[in-house]
Every structure is written in structure tokens, then in C-alpha cells.
Write a protein that binds this ligand. Structure first.
Ligand code: 13P
Length: 257
């Protein structure tokens, strides 16, 4: 396999600054041998700048977990793309299902955020995925198609090359239930085909499609071996340096020449 795998860790609302520094340091030490696999860590906003100091001379990229779409203004409690960028971050997770579920994010706000992230030189990691109810109703394809089409509407093919898409079935997040590699592959292929229609097959082939939802060292290899799974967005297992680095090493092993 010659394609590049990208493993990202979404720390969610975990880690004070001292804990974040410790985890980032451990991850740095455990991944010095990694040369082929992309690595991104997404600590909470408060830890972005200090964590950047720990990883700035490594191959590990830094990402935020959210941002607002306005440049500046009276938006108490919000963080602008420029502020995220100024911490040293180059990625931003947009439209995570927890933000859609608890903080009222819609495909429209996701679209606005993706556009302003790109305008500010941040690479979005855009999350899509169906709920358990939607899967049971057999409307997974329709739900994911709408999220992709509405979330990415108006982007140019060139902009799209900078976007990572993470397929995260909501029923598999934090539940210990992983989509089977075949279930995940099926939706990844669907996403790739939608992207091909929207932006052309060349762009669709290039785009990194990550899977997220209870990814662990024990299931990473079977998931990452699927044709259209180019990486993972890891939650729980990224909070320990050992399990995160194990997943990264599994990815590295899969791309050996
Ligand atoms: P878990 O790996 O804990 O299921 O979380 C996945 C996720 O939501 C990553 O963004």
C-alpha cells in the first residue's frame, strides 16, 4: 500500500494544561521513529499553544476541536480561525457529532466554518455520520450524502484538497461498538463517490477519509486495511500515549514499502 495514512487524536474535553503537556511529551517520545504516517493531536483550546511548543519540531500536527466562523467581534466565548492559527495549530475539527448534538451545529454552520477555516490557512477535519436510529431505518446513505453535500457546498476543487473527512457513525463513538471494517468501507466508498461527483475523481482519490468510532489498537489494522479508509480519528484511545502510539505504529506498518 503506498497511500499515506493519517491518524488524528481528538482529546475532547480532557486534560488540564499540565496533563496535556505530559501526554504530548509522551506521544512525541513514542513516535520519533514514525516517518510515513501523518499524526495530528487535537487538545482543548486552552492547551493548544503550550502543546505546540512540545511538538513544533516533530512530524506531529496540531489541531483545534472547533472554531467560530467570524474573524472577530462581540461573540463572547467563541474562538476565531485566526486565534486558532496563532497557537501554531494547522488543523481544526469541524462538525463533530457531539457539537451537532449538544451545541446546535448544522450543515450550514459546518459549511461556514469550513470556508473560513480554509480562508485562514487551517485544514478542516470534517465529521459526518449517522445515528443508530438512522442506521436502523436504513437511511445511512441518505444522511451521510446530505451531510457531505451540504457541508461542502461552494468549495473549489483546490480547497477540497486541503480537507480531511472523518466518517464517525454516532452509535460507534465512545460505546466500544466499532463499525465492522466492511460497514465502514461501504460508507467510505459512498463518500468517495459523492466527492468524485462534486469535485472530480482526481480530487476524490487524493482526499484522506478517516474512520472514527471506538478505534483501538486491537481493531486498527482491520479498519485501516480497507481500500477507502485512509486514517482514523481516535477519541478514547488517544488519551493514553501507549494506545495512541500503538495505533500509529500499526498504520506505519501497513504502509511499509
Ligand atoms: P471514541 O474513539 O472514543 O469512540 O471517539 C471517537 C471520536 O468521536 C473521535 O472524534
Amino acid at each position: 500500500m503506498s497511500r499515506k495514512i493519517i491518524i488524528a487524536g481528538n482529546w475532547k474535553m480532557h486534560k488540564t494544561n499540565s496533563e496535556a503537556l505530559q501526554l504530548a511529551n509522551q506521544i512525541r517520545i513514542k513516535t520519533t521513529d514514525i516517518t510515513r504516517t501523518g499524526m495530528i493531536i487535537c487538545p482543548p483550546f486552552t492547551a493548544l499553544a503550550p502543546v505546540y511548543e512540545v511538538i513544533k519540531d516533530t512530524n506531529i500536527g496540531l489541531g483545534a476541536q472547533n472554531m467560530y466562523w467570524e474573524k472577530e467581534g462581540a461573540f463572547t466565548g467563541e474562538i476565531s480561525p485566526g486565534m486558532v492559527k496563532s497557537t501554531g495549530a494547522s488543523y481544526v475539527i469541524i462538525g463533530h457529532s457531539e457539537r451537532r448534538q449538544y451545541f446546535g451545529e448544522t450543515d450550514d454552520t459546518v459549511n461556514k466554518k469550513i470556508k473560513t477555516a480554509l480562508e485562514n490557512g487551517l485544514k478542516p477535519i470534517v465529521c459526518v455520520g449517522e445515528s443508530l436510529h438512522e442506521r436502523e431505518e436504513n437511511i445511512t446513505d441518505r444522511v451521510v450524502k446530505l451531510q457531505v453535500e451540504l457541508g461542502l457546498v461552494g468549495l473549489s476543487a483546490d480547497q477540497m484538497k486541503k480537507v480531511i473527512i472523518a466518517y464517525e457513525p454516532i452509535w460507534a463513538i465512545g460505546t466500544g461498538k466499532t463499525a465492522s471494517p466492511e460497514q465502514a468501507q461501504e460508507v467510505h466508498l459512498l463518500i468517495r463517490n459523492i466527492l468524485s461527483k462534486m469535485f472530480g475523481s482526481g480530487v476524490a482519490e487524493e482526499i484522506t477519509l478517516q474512520y472514527g468510532g471506538s478505534v483501538k489498537p486491537g481493531n486498527a489494522e482491520s479498519l485501516l486495511s480497507q481500500n477507502d479508509i485512509d486514517g482514523a480519528l481516535v477519541g478514547g484511545a488517544c488519551l493514553k500515549a501507549d494506545s495512541f502510539s500503538d495505533i500509529i505504529h500499526i498504520a506505519e506498518g501497513l504502509t511499509k514499502a
